[in-house]
Design a protein around this ligand. Structure first.
Ligand SMILES: C[S@@+](CC[C@H](N)C(=O)[O-])C[C@H]1O[C@@H](n2cnc3c(N)ncnc32)[C@H](O)[C@@H]1O
Length: 209
């Protein structure tokens, strides 16, 4: 009888998908080589982290903003919740990433605006957003930038709305005095080792919500 070798899962992956995954990794690496502080990681986030990031999205509720879309790992997970694409806006300042996002998600609005002035570019009005999903490299940013990004985000969020952020540390990436100045609080909402590096997810919310 002829011996038939077993195919590994990686080899069994359809060629198109394998090529798309390789391109995504190369695009990310190229962005990191050009702007290491802005990109802040050599590989995109995993789909396990993506699932944790979007766990609280209600597809029947309000609009969603994603900050720092990169190659679209979180964008895909947000749409997989069933949220209609017209309710999602993705903010990305790297023009090459923005082009890729528009190509892959033609029905989603991609804003090439710095996250710290996002409210100047959104289609929805303040209070129409249920969640901000942030892939921004907050650890590479200073306190002033943290304050600007959070106050812009909470300007858009409705009462009870959440700002979801991942980080490679166990501690929240924003200091307590910045949070107090904006009347915000934070809690850890998830953690995964199935990401490189392992990541923690934090939920920021208005005090009293
Ligand atoms: C760590 S990568 C995360 C990408 C993707 N969300 C992921 O998890 O794979 C950070 C992304 O934020 C973008 N970015 C950095 N600073 C930004 C800013 N001020 N405004 C908007 N996007 C920014 C970078 O270009 C990059 O795509």
């Amino acid at each position: 009888m002829q011996y038939k070798p077993k195919r590994s899962r990686a080899i069994a992956m359809p060629n198109g998908e394998l090529r798309a995954r390789a391109t995504e990794y190369l695009d990310f690496l190229a962005a990191w080589v050009k702007k290491p502080r802005q990109t802040a990681s050599v590989v995109p986030s995993s789909r396990y982290l993506a699932r944790l990031m979007v766990a609280d999205i209600d597809p029947a509720d309000g609009r969603v903003i994603e900050l720092g879309g990169g190659t679209g790992v979180f964008t895909r997970a947000i749409l997989d919740t069933g949220l209609p694409p017209e309710k999602l806006e993705v903010v990305e300042i790297n023009p090459a990433f923005a082009r890729g996002l528009r190509r892959h998600f033609p029905h989603v609005s991609v804003l090439e605006t710095p996250a710290q002035i996002v409210s100047t570019a959104t289609a929805g009005a303040p209070g129409e957003y249920q969640t901000v999903i942030s892939g921004l490299p907050l650890l590479a940013m200073d306190r002033r930038m943290h304050g600007d990004i959070l106050s812009e985000s909470f300007r858009m969020l409705k009462a009870g709305g959440n700002f979801i952020q991942f980080t490679y540390s166990m501690r929240p990436p924003v200091s307590r005095d910045v949070l107090d100045a904006l009347d915000l609080d934070v809690e850890r909402s998830g953690q995964t080792v199935r990401n490189f590096p392992p990541a923690t997810v934090f939920r920021f919310f208005r005090k009293g919500d």
